[in-house]
Write a protein that binds this ligand. Structure first.
Ligand code: NAP
Length: 242
């Protein structure tokens, strides 16, 4: 099967949505055996997903001894109302294609399917009521997003439902003073900070390269490269197919 065939198969599967899992197919039964386990929740716009996100998830999984990670692409991010982003279903399909070969990863469409503005509190409430208490939740996102966590809807309640992991890009790490200010602003949230070398790649860099007609090979899985070359969401000019 070529990369494009794999992608089309996954996209068709996401359209038919045979079993309608609550969270995602691989991890809906997590914790059912009563054993303690840890679930990471990768929140982000993923516009588009790239190898930095994937390597980050894998390294955070190891660093925090997580059993599984579910990627949850945002449906309609409240802080990005004035920004142009790729269609939600396409971002979702690219996430599915990119994570398919890692048994520790899966993707949930819950934020996209929910519709309306996307609030993390709604996602955490759904996850907390779905999983038994032996499943501990860790919400993972970029530190620039988490910097504003105290302003997110019902932030105090969020702190009761999950711990938060703020991932920093090398070169743009927060100073100790900035970290302390974030922690002080959100006293009811257990915040953990980690720097991940692989996150030097960014979605904005990928979009800029596509607009400039440059190659994005090896920056994101080939199935995503193929999809972007075919559909060209970010392309304003012709893109060279490397
Ligand atoms: P984003 O633009 O996707 O990400 C912000 C930064 O972090 C970017 O530099 C991004 O890099 C990086 N990043 C993205 N996902 C990451 C991940 N899982 N781990 C490490 N770094 C990551 O941010 P966003 O979509 O606005 O927000 C992130 C999450 O916070 C989402 O789940 C969103 O729904 C949630 N959020 C909730 C509220 C609320 O409830 N009120 C408000 C704001 C954000 P790339 O550009 O390379 O992706």
């Amino acid at each position: 099967m070529s990369g494009i065939d794999v992608f089309e198969a996954l996209r068709a599967a996401s359209r038919t949505d045979r079993r309608s899992p609550i969270v995602c197919e691989r991890f809906d039964d997590l914790g059912a055996d009563g054993e303690p386990c840890r679930l990471g929740i990768m929140g982000g716009t993923f516009d588009p997903i790239h190898n930095g996100h994937l390597a980050c998830a894998e390294q955070v999984r190891e660093a925090f001894d997580l059993d599984a990670i579910v990627f949850i692409p945002t449906g309609s991010p409240v802080f990005k109302r004035d920004q142009r982003i790729a269609p939600a279903r396409e971002r979702l399909a690219m996430c599915r294609a990119a994570t398919a070969d890692n048994l520790h990863f899966d993707v949930s469409d819950m934020e996209i399917a929910r519709g309306g503005d996307t609030y993390t509190i709604d996602t955490l409430r759904t996850l907390r009521s779905h999983y038994p208490d032996n499943v501990e939740l860790f919400f993972i996102a970029g530190s620039d997003a988490i910097a504003s966590v105290s302003k997110w809807k019902d932030s105090d309640e969020m702190g009761c439902l999950a711990r938060f992991i703020a991932v920093e890009r090398p070169g743009s790490e927060l100073s100790l003073t900035q970290r302390e200010a974030i922690v002080k602003g959100a006293p009811n949230i257990d915040l953990l900070f980690v720097t991940i070398e692989a996150l030097a790649i960014s979605s904005s860099e990928l979009r800029a390269r596509l607009v400039a007609g440059k190659s994005i090979r090896y920056l994101t899985p080939q199935v995503v490269v193929d999809h972007l070359m075919e559909h060209g969401f970010y392309r304003e000019e012709a893109v060279s197919h490397d």
